[in-house]
Design a protein. Structure first.
Length: 401
């Protein structure tokens, strides 16, 4: 994690000791305006809560990280998060006692890595080329940015070698910027909804999705719970004489959470929060899921795959790393060799530069003196011209009179 983020999270943890601010209460923290949290899931939750006399509003945010930080500040708020981010960040923010998981069975969000470069076809190739690629990600407080950092941590000799990493103002902008050239990649995490504007944007800009599948990714666990599952997802609708595009990638459960009620000082508000959690847990999953469009069909169109089913893709990723390893090692060796050769040349150039400066010293001093002399002469001439002009002006005045 970045130092700036750790500092932010430490500050946020301190806020948990403060009394709940009423101005921030009754809020469901989601994500961007075009994302599924805000536009598709939150309206269903808001309606379900309203029926039980809980008055909550959907609030925009930068994503999972910011949602977690807001609930640290006010435990009566609700938030959506990717499970990978939720599991990692709650430890950084202060531990299990900060949050209460309400539901984690409403659907899985998937990792989509997108580029314009058709030569890059699997995660192993991305990892092997990481040092030379540009990664343009969604905002720093987004869940997608946190997922990318996690992937770097578990892959220090692959994706962890990426040095050109920047953040766009939104996920949509990250996609647009990454698909503007062949040397850039973006990563975002969301539901595989072909109707979503982001997938249509990728299609329009001629980008393609890379399977985020790797043996190391699929074996990750946090607190004894598996973080990622391999799933086959649909990312475009069928077209004339063309079937829908599908991609096999890693997916992580979506978590609906709130603050731990023990952190709520007001006894009435504490009981209300406990009642809210019990109420939402008692609802059917379908009551909290979108009921129109692709989301209505997604649960049967997205298929979780067994380890055996994804073995071929995992092998491709590993072979890409193995194939690139000698090339990368050779490049590293060549770079070191060139630096060593350049050392004496740089030292010689440095000495020559020093010698030339020393030789130029007397000449520069002479030029400086000559310049001073010329300036003085120019000053005298200017003064004479001034006097002459004054004299001529006087004569002209006498002549006119």
């Amino acid at each position: 994690m970045s130092k700036s983020f750790v500092a932010t999270t430490v500050a946020a943890t301190g806020l948990s000791l403060l009394m709940v601010a009423s101005s921030l209460a009754s809020q469901i923290n989601t994500g961007g305006r075009t994302g599924a949290y805000f536009g598709r899931f939150c309206p269903e939750l808001k309606t379900a809560l309203k029926k039980s006399a809980f008055d909550y509003e959907c609030a925009l945010s930068k994503g999972s990280r910011e949602n977690l930080q807001r609930v640290v500040s006010d435990p009566t708020q609700i938030g959506y998060s990717q499970f990978d981010v939720f599991a990692l960040e709650k430890t950084i923010l202060g531990g299990e006692n900060l949050f209460t998981t309400i539901r984690a069975d409403l659907g899985n969000e998937c990792l989509f890595m997108v580029t314009k470069n058709r030569q890059i076809t699997n995660f192993g190739e991305v990892a092997a080329l990481a040092a030379s690629l540009r990664f343009i990600l969604p905002p720093e407080k987004s869940g997608s940015a946190a997922t990318f950092e996690f992937l770097q941590q578990i892959d220090p000799n692959g994706l962890g070698l990426a040095t050109s990493v920047s953040h766009a103002a939104s996920t949509d902008e990250a996609i647009e910027q990454a698909l503007a050239s062949n040397d850039a990649v973006t990563l975002f995490v969301q539901f595989p909804d072909p109707e979503n504007a982001r997938f249509k944007l990728i299609d329009k800009l001629e980008g393609h999705a890379i399977p985020v599948i790797d043996r190391n990714i699929l074996r990750q666990q946090i607190g004894g719970e598996k973080v990622y599952y391999a799933e086959e997802t649909e990312i475009s609708n069928p077209k004339w004489l063309k079937s829908s595009d599908r991609v096999i990638t890693a997916c992580t459960p979506m978590v609906l959470f709130t603050g731990n009620s023990s952190r709520v000082e007001d006894s009435t508000a504490r009981r209300d929060l406990d009642d809210l959690v019990k109420t939402v847990r008692a609802l059917k999953a379908d009551d909290l899921r979108p009921k129109e469009g692709f989301f209505k069909r997604m649960w049967r169109k997205t298929k979780r795959l067994s380890a055996k089913s994804v073995e071929g893709i995992v092998d491709l990723s590993e072979k890409a790393r193995e194939k690139a390893a000698p090339t990368l090692e050779a490049a590293k060796k060549k770079s070191k060799e060139l630096m060593e050769k350049a050392g004496p040349a740089l030292e010689a150039a440095k000495e020559k530069s020093k010698e030339l400066i020393e030789q130029a010293g007397p000449a520069l001093e002479t030029a400086k003196e000559k310049g001073k002399e010329l300036m003085e002469k120019a000053g005298d001439l200017a003064e004479q011209a001034k006097e002459k002009g004054k004299e001529l002006m006087g004569k002209a005045k006498d002549a006119t009179e």
